[in-house]
Ligand binder design. Structure first.
Ligand code: SF4
Length: 311
């Protein structure tokens, strides 16, 4: 948002580009674009980010976040639009030293080279600390009116936001789902188990508690009503769905079928253990698989027995 304001301050026409994938969306960008009244272009980044997760040339950050390669690829995609739409450069809101891994000088230079945008990439907030880009050298941008921000403090940016009259902006923290510990454990299990073959397998990572059963099947346990409803809705051909009949309890989904028949028995026990069975000596669990329904009655048991299966 600040980069846009700085460029507009020079009378430059700016349009915004945002990227969507199963790991991040454009909600914040849409809000920001409305706030600044700037046209917003959305790019589907799914194939790009999936490829980078499998082969990140510059490795991951703290989790499964290939931030340096992700930045470079986004700049490359923005550059393609720049060329197609007749713009003169791509600008980002990156600040030198803002993040220790992905926005240090080396990383910013890697992004310049790997994006293929060597001469056309401008960082308006830190431009005075970087080599002049072509639009600066050719006088399209006045380098003197670009900024020289650096470091982790966001106080100068907050002061600028106030000066530009920006009232709402995202909290300065966090990354996408690829920086989330629990999500990345589930994603790692998926990659090791069957790889990312479809978007459904990624959508399921966002629902419930995931468990690896002894036979190798992954099961998803609803943690609340919303999860249970989402799992019921997500059921597809080949899946196994379990729920409780006589007591409140979770819905369980074994997507993509079971690896070993014994996994269904284990899942029944898990379903009973995670149910609210305090008042009842037994729990009845319904199993739906291949269009057939069966019921199993068993003692509830303790969920602690299955703690080591949780991913
Ligand atoms: S936090 Fe996620 S979206 Fe942001 S650069 Fe890293 S991988 Fe890309």
């Amino acid at each position: 948002m600040l980069a846009i304001c700085v460029l507009r301050g020079q009378g430059v026409h700016v349009e915004a580009v945002s990227f969507a994938s199963p790991f991040f969306n454009t909600t914040a960008a849409q809000r920001a674009a409305r706030e600044l009244n700037v046209p917003l272009h959305t790019v589907d980044f799914t194939d790009d980010i999936l490829g980078l997760i499998e082969h990140p040339p510059h490795g991951f950050g703290g989790h499964m976040n290939p931030c340096i390669d992700c930045h470079a690829r986004m700049v490359r995609r923005a550059g393609e639009r720049m060329a197609a739409m007749g713009f003169d450069c791509v600008a980002t809101g990156e600040v030198l030293g803002q993040r220790p891994m992905s926005q240090n000088r080396h990383s910013l230079e890697v992004v310049i080279h790997d994006s293929g945008m060597e001469d056309f990439l401008v960082r308006p907030l830190s431009a005075k600390l970087m080599e002049p880009s072509r639009p600066e050298r050719e006088g399209l941008l006045d380098r003197e009116r670009l900024l020289g921000l650096s470091g982790r403090s966001r106080k100068p940016q907050m002061a600028l936001a106030k000066a530009y009259g920006i009232r709402k902006y995202p909290a300065p923290a966090g990354g996408c789902l690829l920086t989330d510990d629990g999500f990345c454990r589930r994603l790692g299990n998926l990659l090791a188990d069957r790889g990312i073959r479809d978007l459904r397998s990624l959508r399921l990572l966002r629902i419930g508690r995931h468990m690896r059963l002894p036979g190798g099947s992954t099961c998803i346990i609803g943690r609340n009503q919303a999860d249970n409803a989402a799992l019921q809705q997500a059921m597809a051909e080949g899946d196994v769905l379990l729920d409780t009949v006589n007591v409140p309890g979770p819905t369980l989904l074994i997507p993509f079928g079971v690896r070993e028949p014994a996994d269904i028995t284990q899942a029944v026990q898990v379903c009973a253990a995670y149910s609210d069975h305090r008042e009842k000596p037994t729990v009845t669990v319904r199993v739906v698989a291949s269009g057939k329904e069966s019921v199993h009655t068993l003692a509830g048991g303790s969920r602690d027995a299955y703690a080591s299966w949780v991913i």
